[in-house]
Design a protein around this ligand. Structure first.
Ligand code: ADP
Ligand code: MG
Length: 244
């Protein structure tokens, strides 16, 4: 058996004396998609942010690609470059064009040559139907278009793992499908991903494994095919009913 790409062991996280993540353990196999479900406030975003080094955690460990990291360690910075993240808010720099937004990371952090990085950016923009917007500014784009650019910006760094935290939550309904389709296509191309979503049909389509969180704990960890047909806990059953 191949080692999982990501292994989280007994992760604990508190804000002050408020425990937000408790004994979180799970694995993400290379090429698989893990979907995080759970009510608002259950700790999904905090967990995602811990995995990208945006939050420190108090105990437990994260093993990424065979290397163990604690949030303060130096090697975490290098490993983090291999983890792409897209949030609910697109946070593109407003005073930069689409292309400039995309090239910032590869040139500054990865020290890549502009020509080569721009070629990849254009090809990624093409894949998401945005190549004609390379010189546009974020204010000229719809929410769905900005989110496509944010996805391209993350993919441009050639990540081994992508994290998506409710990336369609602030989009108009007619924009949602297009963005979800891009993520579904990435899954088909075997991108390893952790996805937080409230779109249950999408979760069912994409999730190889479902983690159901409540109050900072994993209540259920089930193959996607099984979770939606037969959730193991009453709590998950109620949650699914409330999403209908
Ligand atoms: P979810 O993404 O599942 O809605 P969050 O991870 O955002 O949940 O939040 C989990 C819990 O942590 C909530 O109770 C929230 O109020 C708390 N929390 C999140 N961020 C902070 C913070 N920066 N300071 C204090 N508490 C926080
Ligand atoms: Mg959240």
């Amino acid at each position: 058996m191949a080692e999982p790409l990501l292994k989280v062991e007994h992760l604990q996280k508190s804000y002050g004396n408020k425990r937000v993540l408790e004994d979180i353990s799970f694995e993400v196999d290379e090429g698989s998609v893990v979907v995080l479900l759970g009510p608002s406030g259950s700790g999904k975003s905090t967990l995602i942010r811990c995995l990208n080094g945006l939050e420190v955690f108090q105990s437990g460990s994260i093993v990424f690609n065979g290397e163990t990291v604690q949030s303060s360690q130096k090697n975490w910075r290098r490993l983090r470059q291999q983890i792409g993240m897209v949030f609910q808010s697109y946070d593109l720099f407003p005073n930069m064009t689409v292309m400039e937004n995309i090239l910032l990371g590869p040139m500054k952090v990865q020290k890549r040559k502009k020509d080569e990085a721009a070629r990849q950016a254009l090809s990624l923009l093409k894949e998401v139907g945005m190549e004609q917007y390379a010189e546009a500014y974020p204010r000229e784009l719809s929410g769905g278009q900005k989110q496509r650019v944010a996805i391209v910006r993350a993919l441009e760094l050639n990540p081994r793992l992508m994290l998506f935290d409710e990336v369609t939550a602030s989009l108009d309904p007619e924009m949602v499908r297009g963005v979800l389709e891009i993520i579904l296509r990435l899954a088909k191309e075997n991108m390893t991903m952790i996805v937080v979503t409230h779109e249950m049909n999408f979760a069912r389509q994409i999730g190889d494994k479902i983690l159901f969180l409540e109050d900072g704990k994993i209540l259920e960890q089930t193959p996607g095919s099984q979770f939606f047909a037969r959730p193991q806990t009453d709590r998950a059953k109620k949650f699914l009913e409330s999403m209908d």
